[in-house]
Design a protein around this ligand. Structure first.
Ligand code: AGP
Length: 617
């Protein structure tokens, strides 16, 4: 939910922290701040607003902040306390000696705060983080403990999730770091260290990284090796230093106006990358280590339960149709937030598939922890290597979509659907419930999908034209049947979350059970109507809309004549098998929402009230 960055080494810290925070703004941008140590003086600058607001605050009246080689910074998505200067991180302890940044939630902060107040502490902010830094100070004073020990003892009293970095003005050569439930990665340079919520802030400096596990803490001292230990047991841990493969270009906008547009156009590549090494169409093979390792669980599963949130939940809905049709296995799709609280019946014969782009969504993480405790097998589909959900699962398959910076998920969705299609095909093949010829046909068609998307992306003139006509609408209705009902939901979510136009997705047949009352000339109706599937039924639904003066925007297969003659506007897609149609029908809906949002002057990459990763409940 928030982004944290830190640096200790030989370079100027502030430019590194500021640039790093900008790379993490997709995680939240209500307020920003940083703390540095200069000549033993702690300098803390923070404000409501974005990193750019912090940057201008830094240059006005804060004196020369150079020759500073230790610093931490934070960009916030508010959980406790409204976004304002006081609640912005970093937070200092009462004595002013300690300063901390934190991503996560301290659930028992109120009781700790009460105890600290009774021991004479006072608080400026409403945040749980200020409570944590003063708890650490209280323990340090009482036990005459090192910062590392005081931090560890404090965290053993804390209930919640955290990724923290803390330093003391008494020690300009050390930062203490700890992680539980929120992401934290340490970049290891040549006599310098970086810390961040993901690797993008330090990729240009080093690709050597340590992803802390939950309940681990690290001490980074200038000129020394990183030391990692268990927060619970205090046992030293030998850190696994990995060589990252991401490159900095992959996170730049690459010439597009917005990350979202770049990511829409990246989909041929991101799907190819997600299929690479797994889909061997020419050999008629699918290679998925995680699925193979747990094949018995998949083959003998009573059912597959798919959990996720938002767009990931929509990908799960698409997967339900694919798994049930191809692999003949019962599938249930659950909102993670509902699943985790309704005391679900879970057995060891269940396989849970958790879908999450960020791998950090709190509800999804909690849902799989619950299922794991009840003996289910947990399989993850995440886009962030080393993310919390990825590390909580028994096995998984990463979507190699690359960093998705735009808050509205696009390439992650199609990558998720592509990987889920592979898994369903693999299980169908292993179960022997699919004809060989059809299996090979599906592999070949899936392999062709990226090229079909490339062709569709050659021009978005028609989508722009339609966007111009409907950018001022107040409501949209999205209709789809079968595999494209989840796409109707996804299209509606895309539009509402970036253009702020209210939009609803519905099964097309459901329109007659209520929503048809909404239809009039002011209600644009997007109908997903590829020629495969229940085409004739969709034709009837379009006629019902037209009979009530509704304005129909139809997503049709290339060369469609019948619907093109009755709809007000059509957007053509390449033809494909019904099972893979969501991979294509979603593309024009992504572009439609993007262009409408841009025409409405909305902040497409960072829509109001949203954050890229919802790591709180
Ligand atoms: C998608 O456009 C939304 N931004 C949001 O619904 C997102 O899909 C949801 O928060 C789940 O995120 P995750 O995939 O990272 O778990």
């Amino acid at each position: 939910m928030c982004g944290i960055v830190g640096y200790i080494g030989k370079r100027e810290a502030i430019p590194i922290v500021i640039k790093g925070l900008k790379r993490l703004e997709y995680r939240g941008y209500d307020s920003a701040g940083l703390a540095v140590l200069k000549n033993d003086k702690l300098k803390l600058v923070k404000c409501k607003g974005k990193v750019s607001d912090l940057e201008s605050k830094l240059t006005n009246g804060n004196g020369a902040l150079n020759q500073v080689t230790l610093g931490i910074g934070h960009t916030r998505w508010a959980t406790h306390g409204v976004p304002n200067d006081i609640n912005a991180h970093p937070h200092a302890s009462n004595s002013g000696k300690l300063v901390i940044i934190h991503n996560g939630i301290i659930e028992n902060y109120a009781s700790i705060k009460e105890a600290l107040i009774s021991r004479g502490f006072s608080f400026k902010s409403d945040t749980d983080t200020e409570v944590l830094v003063n708890l650490i100070e209280d323990i340090q004073n009482a036990e005459e403990a090192s910062l590392e020990k005081a931090t560890r003892l404090a965290l053993n009293q804390v209930i919640g999730a955290y990724a923290i970095a803390i330093f003391s003005k008494d020690n300009p050569n050390q930062i203490v770091i700890a992680k539980k439930g929120s992401p934290l990665v340490i970049g290891i340079g040549d006599d310098e260290f970086f810390l961040a919520s993901d690797a993008t802030p330090f990729l240009e400096y080093t690709k050597k990284a340590v992803y802390l596990e939950d309940n681990e803490m690290a001490v980074i001292n200038r000129g020394e090796e990183i030391k990692v230990r268990s927060i619970k047991s205090n046992k030293p841990i030998n850190p696994y230093i990995q060589q990252l493969k991401m490159d900095i270009e992959s996170i730049e906008k690459g010439g597009y106006d917005h990350f979202m547009l770049k990511e829409i156009y990246e989909q041929p590549r991101s799907i190819r990358d997600s299929l690479r090494g797994r889909l061997l169409a020419d050999k008629g093979l699918i290679r998925m280590g995680g699925v193979f390792e747990y094949r018995e669980k998949f083959l003998n599963a009573d059912r597959i339960i798919i959990v996720g949130c938002g767009t990931s939940w929509h990908a799960g809905l698409v997967a339900e149709y694919i798994f049930e049709e191809l692999a003949r296995v019962p599938v249930e799709v659950e909102y993670a937030s509902e699943f985790r609280y309704r005391n679900p019946v879970i057995t060891e014969k269940d396989v849970i598939i958790a879908i999450s782009q960020s791998g950090e969504t709190a509800d999804t993480l909690a849902a799989i922890k619950l299922a794991k405790e009840k003996g289910a097998t947990i399989f993850g589909i995440c886009n962030v290597v080393g993310s919390s959900i990825a590390r909580e699962t028994h096995a998984g398959a990463y979507t190699h979509a690359g960093p998705e910076i735009g808050v509205a998920s696009t390439k992650a969705f199609t990558a998720q659907v592509a990987v889920l299609s592979l898994i369903a095909l693999k299980i169908a093949y292993e179960k022997g419930v699919i004809k060989q010829s059809y299996f090979y046909q599906l592999l070949t068609e899936l392999d062709n999908i990226p090229a079909k998307i490339e062709k569709m992306l050659e021009s978005d003139a028609q989508t722009r034209f339609i966007s111009e006509l409907f950018k001022d609408a107040h409501n949209f209705l999205y209709l789809g049947r079968g595999y494209n009902f989840p796409v109707a939901l996804e299209g509606a979510l895309k539009l509402k979350e970036i253009s702020y136009i209210h939009a609803e997705g519905y099964p097309a047949a459901e329109m007659k059970h209520g929503p048809i009352a909404l239809i009039d000339e002011n209600m644009p109706v997007v109908v997903i109507a590829p020629k495969r599937g229940q085409y004739e039924k969709v034709v009837s639904n379009i006629q019902e809309v037209k009979a009530r003066n509704g304005r129909v925007i139809a997503i049709v297969s290339h060369g469609d004549k019948e619907i093109s003659a009755m709809a007000d506007h059509v957007i053509e897609i390449e033809d494909t098998l019904e099972v893979f149609s969501p991979l294509l029908t979603t593309i024009p809906l992504q572009l439609l929402s993007y262009h409408i949002a841009v025409m409405r002057g909305c902040n497409v990459d960072q829509p109001r009230n949203l954050a890229k990763s919802v790591t709180v409940e």
